[in-house]
Ligand binder design. Structure first.
Ligand SMILES: *[C@@H]1O[C@H](CO)[C@@H](O)[C@H](O)[C@H]1NC(C)=O
Ligand SMILES: *[C@@H]1O[C@H](CO)[C@@H](O)[C@H](O)[C@H]1NC(C)=O
Length: 359
């Protein structure tokens, strides 16, 4: 289990190169966090076989304070599973990003995931009126073809991400999974821990948070929404507590930070899985192709390049079949990765006040 888990891990994790919130926001946070240097980890695969899964079409009727909640599209990929279900990959996806979903499917199709006991579901919300490139009809035909969309009836907006996140956790509850030995705990939350970050109080920033929305000076430690691992009992507790609390729109901060703290659930720190640089992932692909070097990271941004998701997964696959070698001393990415800068500048800036001579 442990060895298999180790090989499986990069594959599972790299599936979720893009999750949840703005990459820029998190990459800034990630960059200034020190990387933990912990060796060895135990992978907890959160879910096992399902029994009598309930129908995901059953209306939930409320989602936090949304009273007329229902699914516009409901996936049944988890119900159709022929093999035992070990884990579900829940990927938040903006409804209009069909090309990115197609990169995920190309990187690793559902059939291959199924062989590993995994399933993947994309979380979508309703198309906003400003979306002109894709229609609900197109989403319906995407669903007919792949059946992996779970779309809520609230409108796509980064300020609605907490609804989406809770929708994903609630979906897990409908699967009625049995816990394998490793994941019986009701306190499983592991991923990239961000410690005591202050809210952004700069009005011009997309992630501006008012004192009214969040009065305290610091957030509690929380997990980056890029990727984290949890299990059903933990998800159930978080959802139940979130329903009793006032809504906060930054979903990972809220659910894995504020809500989690109230429940006293500890965080498992796996910051060494993560890189904030798409360039490193690029170098990993190159080194996997050329030297079969294992990648030092399992999770990272793709720098806006959908192809990187496909390339990384296709190349990291050989590690699953034990065809990779450890990076030799002196060949770490930090010492050898030379890449063209890829990361886009953050969309939001910081003001700079300078005296200018008027002419
Ligand atoms: C839910 O609560 C949030 C925060 O209090 C508020 O902004 C939002 O309008 C509420 N939504 C509904 C549908 O009442
Ligand atoms: C979030 O979704 C609700 C419910 O559909 C909608 O009324 C609201 O306008 C959305 N929020 C934003 C900021 O778009």
């Amino acid at each position: 289990m442990r060895m298999r888990g180790r090989r499986l891990l990069p594959i599972i994790l790299s599936l979720l190169l893009i999750v949840l919130l703005s990459l820029c926001y998190f990459s800034n946070h990630l960059r200034d966090s020190s990387q933990s240097r912990k060796n060895g980890f135990l992978l907890h695969l959160p879910l096992e076989t399902k029994r009598n899964p309930s129908n995901p079409n059953t209306p939930l009727s409320n989602l936090l304070n949304l009273t007329d909640f229902h699914y516009l599209l409901a996936s049944n990929v988890c119900r159709k599973a022929k093999r035992e279900l070990l884990a579900v990959l829940i990927v938040t996806s903006y409804a209009g990003h069909d090309a990115l979903r197609s990169a995920h499917r190309q990187a690793i199709p559902q059939s291959k995931l199924e062989e590993m006991g995994l399933r993947r579901v994309f979380l979508l919300a309703a198309l906003p009126s400003r979306e002109h490139f894709i229609s609900q009809d197109q989403l319906a035909s995407e669903q007919n073809r792949f059946g992996d969309l779970l779309q809520g009836n609230f409108i796509e907006d980064y300020r609605n991400l907490s609804y989406k996140h809770v929708m994903g956790l609630k979906y897990l509850e409908t699967l009625e999974v049995r816990e394998p030995g490793l994941a019986t705990s009701s306190t499983l939350l592991s991923g990239y821990v961000l410690d005591a970050k202050p809210p952004i109080r700069l009005r011009a920033n997309k992630w501006y948070v008012s004192k009214k929305e969040y009065p305290q000076a610091l957030y509690p430690a929380y997990l980056s929404g890029w990727l984290y691992v949890t299990n059903v009992p933990t998800a159930e507790r978080i959802v139940a507590e979130a329903e009793r609390m006032s809504f906060f729109w930054i979903d990972d901060t809220w659910l894995t930070g504020v809500v989690r703290t109230r429940l006293g659930i500890p965080l498992e720190r796996h910051n060494d899985w993560f890189s904030a640089n798409a360039e490193f992932i690029d170098c990993c692909v190159r080194d996997l192709k050329k030297h079969n070097y294992e990648c030092e990271y399992s999770v990272g941004p793709n720098g806006g390049d959908d192809r990187l998701l496909v390339e990384f997964l296709h190349n990291v696959e050989k590690c699953y079949f034990d065809e990779c070698v450890k990076r030799p001393v002196g060949k770490s990415l930090k010492e050898t990765c030379l890449a063209a800068a890829k990361s886009r500048p953050p969309k939001h800036g910081f003001p700079e006040i300078k005296a200018l001579r008027l002419r």
